[in-house]
Design a protein around this ligand. Structure first.
Ligand SMILES: [Zn+2]
Ligand SMILES: [Zn+2]
Length: 305
């Protein structure tokens, strides 16, 4: 044993921007630079062990643009060389038969922050997510039971991006291209003003059935790339009766929509909607509109209105 304080000698060497490999240092001596704004790009770390002691050191590096690299061991290069990338964080851990008796400690000097706290036993040291370069390190191995930590000093910090904000939901819009007003019953004042309903009868059925048709409408709209006019979607019972719809029509349960695509025949629209979505598509040759509903009828020629 060379001395009492360091039973196990830790020997490490820095690879610094512009300077390349620096000299090996040991047991807590600075490796790298401070105050020169030079990034630490890689390092090696190995152990000099007393006779009969079985100990290995694992090193992991968090590198700019790459994230955490695979672990390396016992003097292998940890980090990158020749890529111009800074180390940002480091994890060291001991293994081997005697790893329960020893602890490895690391302290990282970080751009704009200075020396961070000592970290040990597989703790992460340095920073992640701030794009701050590590500039220097100190490493040592002690018998377990000694702590080098300073109270209130951070040894590792990671920036975690806040969750993305919810996309702005426009409550007026039913889908990407269609407003709820366009899909409403004819009752409200902005249409015929019948007043039998508020325009949106059968809320439960609306929640249950409308999304299917709205998705179809958006797809058809996207296919044609031009205006799609909704002539009728939901009809309350009274409106359905008023317009002479068949009793129990799909229109009364948010399961049918009638559309016109200017410049395209009712048949063409029916074929497109059916091909795109598999929905039922009835085309009205005389009135030239297309009625879309759940699958079943395929593309169907509906002579009568
Ligand atoms: Zn109505
Ligand atoms: Zn219809």
């Amino acid at each position: 044993m060379s001395n009492k304080l360091f039973d196990v000698n830790t020997i490490y060497a820095p690879h610094v921007q512009n300077d390349g490999w620096g000299p090996e240092v040991r047991n807590g001596v600075d490796a790298g630079t401070t105050g020169q704004n030079k990034r630490l790009e890689a390092f090696t770390c190995k152990l000099e062990l007393p006779e009969g002691v079985d100990l290995h050191v694992m090193c992991r590096a968090h590198v700019k643009n790459k994230g955490w690299l695979d672990p390396v061991y016992d003097g292998e290069i940890c980090g990158t060389v020749g890529e111009g990338l800074s180390l940002q964080a480091i994890q060291l851990q001991l293994s081997g038969a005697d790893s329960d008796k020893y602890e490895i400690w690391i302290q990282v000097h970080v751009q704009n922050r200075g020396w961070m706290n000592w970290m040990s036993g597989g703790e992460l040291a340095g920073t992640v997510g701030f794009d701050l370069q590590a500039e220097a390190i100190r490493i040592m191995v002690f018998a377990k039971g000694v702590s080098l930590k300073t109270d209130g000093v951070v040894g590792f910090v990671e920036y975690v991006a806040p969750p993305a904000a919810d996309p702005v939901v426009n409550k007026n819009m039913a889908g990407k291209y269609f407003s709820w007003k366009e899909l409403s019953c004819d009752c409200p004042p902005w249409k015929y003003g019948f007043g039998w309903c508020d325009g949106y009868p059968e809320q439960d059925l609306k929640n249950q059935n409308a999304p299917y048709l709205i998705d179809i409408l958006d797809k058809v709209r996207e296919y044609f790339g031009s205006q799609v006019i909704v002539t009728s979607m939901i009809r309350c019972q009274d409106c359905n009766d008023h317009w002479g719809g068949i009793p129990g029509s799909y229109h009364t349960t948010w399961q049918a929509v009638d559309i016109v695509v200017p410049g395209h025949s009712a048949y063409e629209v029916a074929v497109v909607a059916n091909n795109l979505t598999g929905c039922g598509a009835r085309y009205y040759e005389i009135d030239q509109f297309t009625h879309l509903e759940p699958p079943g009828c395929g593309v169907y020629c509906q002579q009568a209105a």
